[in-house]
Ligand binder design. Structure first.
Ligand code: 3IO
Length: 334
């Protein structure tokens, strides 16, 4: 008798799952998304926006659990951690491994990207054109860049003399710029910078200005020198077998979101930089140093060999250096 009721119950539950395919647990895919900097920073803001959009557009079939602040994977271990499946999705800054991501780091050359929206779309379209082999082991979900970089420092930097030998933090293409200005460039991820600034390991940094507010650098850095130089490139990557296992309609939703997310992030970044600049002036009395035309020229002159040198190095590694630079310039103009 109990066996009979057991069978009836089994049949009942099988029927229940058949008639209720959309029921809460059935078919829910859960994905872990790792990020290296603290939650208020722009890579995490765009992560939360992507999460909301994916959950909405898949009508709850996909649930994203976000891990800001390096709680699941840190800056340096992000790429290999996602390849190994320690996180399903991760956000990388390509500038932290310039030798590994040659083509996409081309956007960090001094070619005149004016803002984050342009930079993000240039990077996204460059990636689609070249499909760099460096990403063969992952699925790329979206890409974006920072706004152009400026010098944030404890002491004022008004002339090239002022920056000579100053311990300043930057990575990738931005690091090359600092070296050519004669600074003592120190490389480390953004996530390590607040402590380095507080301990006096560095006297400032070279990055986009929204961190003055988001990471409270305005507490230590009372001076900003406006150079509006290169951008930092980012990618959001997914474990390849996790991607392959997704239902076709979910893949399409994520693919369709890729370029839109790049543009959203760029637009958010540009607006947020403006906010952070106003906030730094008003609440922290930060001085913003701008150059007259003649001084600007003296700062641009040392940068002219950078692109040619990069082309030669890329060629040596088997990449079409000149074609990449020409494509970036053309994408910026578009
Ligand atoms: C960056 C990285 C993490 C959080 C906020 C940020 N704003 C600008 C960057 C660029 C970058 O990766 C860096 O190291 O300056």
């Amino acid at each position: 008798m109990s066996q009979f009721f057991g069978s009836i119950l089994t049949v009942f539950f099988i029927m229940l799952t058949i008639v209720m395919p959309g029921s809460a647990e059935a078919g829910t895919t859960k994905l872990n998304y790792a990020n290296f900097p603290p939650a208020p920073t722009f890579p995490c803001v765009q992560m939360e926006r992507w999460k909301v959009e994916v959950e909405k557009r898949t009508q709850g079939a996909v649930k994203i659990n976000t891990f800001p602040g390096g709680t699941l994977l840190g800056a340096k271990g992000m790429m290999d951690g996602v390849i190994a499946g320690q996180a399903d999705i991760g956000c990388i800054c390509m500038a932290y491994q310039p030798g590994r991501f040659v083509i996409t780091n081309g956007v960090s050359l001094p070619l005149g990207i004016p803002n984050s929206k342009t930079g993000s779309l240039v990077l996204f379209d460059l990636f689609q054109k070249y499909k760099p082999a460096a990403f063969d082991k992952v699925k790329v979900l979206t890409l974006f860049t920072t706004a152009p970089t400026n010098i944030m420092s404890k002491k004022p930097v008004r002339t090239l003399e002022d920056i000579k030998g100053m311990d300043l933090r930057a990575s990738g293409g931005a690091a090359e710029i600092l070296k050519n200005w004669g600074a003592n460039q120190i490389g480390m991820p953004m996530s390590a910078t607040p402590e380095a600034l507080q301990k006096g390991v560095v006297q400032g940094l070279f990055s986009s200005l929204e961190v003055m507010k988001d990471l409270k650098f305005a507490d230590d850095c009372k001076y900003v020198t406006m150079t509006n130089t290169v951008v930092y490139p980012f990618a959001v990557i997914m474990n390849k077998s996790k991607w392959k296992a997704l239902p076709q309609d979910v893949k399409k939703i994520m693919d369709d979101l890729g370029r839109e997310q790049a543009e959203w992030t760029g637009t958010y970044m540009d607006g947020h930089v403006d906010n952070a600049v106003a906030w730094s002036k008003e609440t922290h009395k930060v001085e913003f140093i701008t150059f007259d035309e003649k001084t600007a020229q003296s700062w641009n002159a040392p940068l002219s060999p950078i692109t040619e040198k990069w082309i030669t190095k890329a060629d040596d590694k088997g990449f079409p250096g000149k074609a990449i630079v020409d494509d970036i310039s053309e994408l910026i103009a578009r």
